[in-house]
Design a protein around this ligand. Structure first.
Ligand code: SAM
Length: 403
């Protein structure tokens, strides 16, 4: 691989913003990719993947390079030099990379790889929580899997097409996909590419949605004509799936505390041809109270640590704080208690998170079942999806029924 100065410099600028100014990696990458219109798809992939890699491996690379935050420009080039050496990329003779100690870097890597928190490049507290909640053996495998680059999976929009036709259409646009066993609506891209630019995407034929996430709406067991409330709908990944599973018949009420996310949901619903979704911002307790005992199905896709989706969101390793875990657990318990009241008797509810920690998952459900409201519920099924076993995001989902 030949390194291009302008691509590397753009990546270094982006890393400075992410590490030193606390900017989000995905947003910074999007902005960086707009910097030069002449960049082709390979250039763009280089920039995005190099930045994500160095974000993912920050702790390991910083230990190897012996640099500390806030990183100077020189430090960032040292991190980049570590990336080059460990990837076997030939170092160019630029002054910033002069005197890179290649042998020492490899030696330090071998040494540090013996210790999980360095090898997997995670903060001490995260390693401790992982071991405490999942045990050494499972955590060791899981955090390793969560450091792999996430595959790109799409969900066929059954309101407009079917997986076979979609695969053919995408092939004509130069994108090869494969079917996923046991995920009926999913296709996986054989090579990463910017699928948002395709006509198929603009026509609403698919959504980008991880395979594990596609399990959630499926579990809710919806039927056309039902009244379904998606209580933490965000930008609507699952709500759109529910609309398709309901064949656009019945009603989906999509709630969230953030109006801007619901606006994005509306845009996506229009593109997808999903006409049965109504959005309501939760701006007072009345919004929820008005819905008590009214829904056949309730989805609680709860806010969580996001530890199951580290592979697509590696900067969460550095943004997440242990105090946030405590507060999010409290919020999850409150949400379960309050939003479960929306369900009618005999109705079904799914509680889901993209976390792999039992304290956000099965322990929350068990705690809920012991509350006054929870006593009206029976747990029908629960599923923990580990990334190390599935190859996709880590997820948890529980199906409950109101007596
Ligand atoms: C896991 S995300 C939802 C993802 C979304 N369901 C999807 O499939 O794309 C959790 C959502 O819960 C929202 N949220 C956080 N606290 C909430 C609360 N108290 N009530 C309702 N929604 C909340 C967040 O804004 C976020 O959009």
């Amino acid at each position: 691989m030949r390194l291009h100065r302008n691509l590397v410099f753009a990546s270094i600028d982006a890393l400075a913003e992410i590490f030193n100014d606390g900017k989000y990696a995905d947003k910074t990458i999007q902005k960086t990719l707009k910097r030069d219109k002449r960049w082709g798809s390979r250039d763009r992939s280089f920039v995005a993947e190099t930045i994500y890699d160095i974000v993912r491996w920050k702790r390991l690379y910083a230990e190897i390079a012996e640099v500390k935050q806030p990183f100077s420009r020189e430090d960032l080039f040292r991190l980049f030099a570590v990336w080059c050496v460990l990837r076997g990329v030939k170092l160019p003779d630029w002054p910033q990379l002069e005197k890179t100690p290649e042998r020492r870097i490899k030696g330090r890597f071998d040494e540090l790889s013996k210790i999980r928190k360095y090898r997997e490049s995670i903060p001490d507290w995260m390693d401790e929580v992982g071991v405490k909640e999942l045990g050494e053996k499972v955590w060791t495998k899981e955090i390793h899997a969560l450091n792999e680059q996430a595959p790109v999976v799409i969900r066929t929009n059954k309101l407009k097409t079917d997986p076979k036709s979609l695969a053919d259409i995408l092939r004509e646009e130069g994108i090869e996909t494969s079917n996923l066993n046991n995920y009926p609506e999913a296709l996986e891209l054989k090579e990463r590419s910017n699928i948002f630019r395709t006509k198929a995407f603009q026509d609403g034929l698919f959504e980008v949605q991880d395979a594990s996430s596609q399990r959630v709406a499926e579990l809710l067991d919806v039927q056309p004509g039902m009244r379904v409330v998606d209580t933490c709908a965000g930008a609507g990944g699952k709500a759109l799936h529910l609309a398709a599973l309901m064949d656009n018949k019945g009603q989906i009420i999509a709630l969230d505390i953030y109006g801007n996310k619901l606006k994005e949901l509306k845009r996506r619903a229009k593109r997808a041809g999903a006409h049965n979704i109504e959005t309501r911002e939760i701006d007072s307790t009345k919004v929820i109270k008005k819905l008590y005992n009214s829904a056949d199905r309730v989805l609680i896709d709860a806010p969580c640590s996001g530890l199951g989706v580290l592979s697509r969101n590696p900067d969460a390793k550095w943004k997440l704080q242990p105090e946030f875990l405590d507060s999010i657990r409290k919020e999850q318990a409150e949400i379960l208690e309050k939003y479960s009241k929306i369900l009618k008797s005999k109705g079904k509810m799914v509680y889901a998170t993209c976390s792999i920690l039992p304290s956000e998952n099965q322990q929350q459900v068990q705690k809920f079942l012991k509350t006054g409201e929870g006593a009206n519920f029976t747990l029908l099924k629960e599923k923990t999806i580990l990334s190390s076993e599935s190859g996709y995001d880590g997820f948890y989902m529980a199906l409950l029924e109101k007596k």
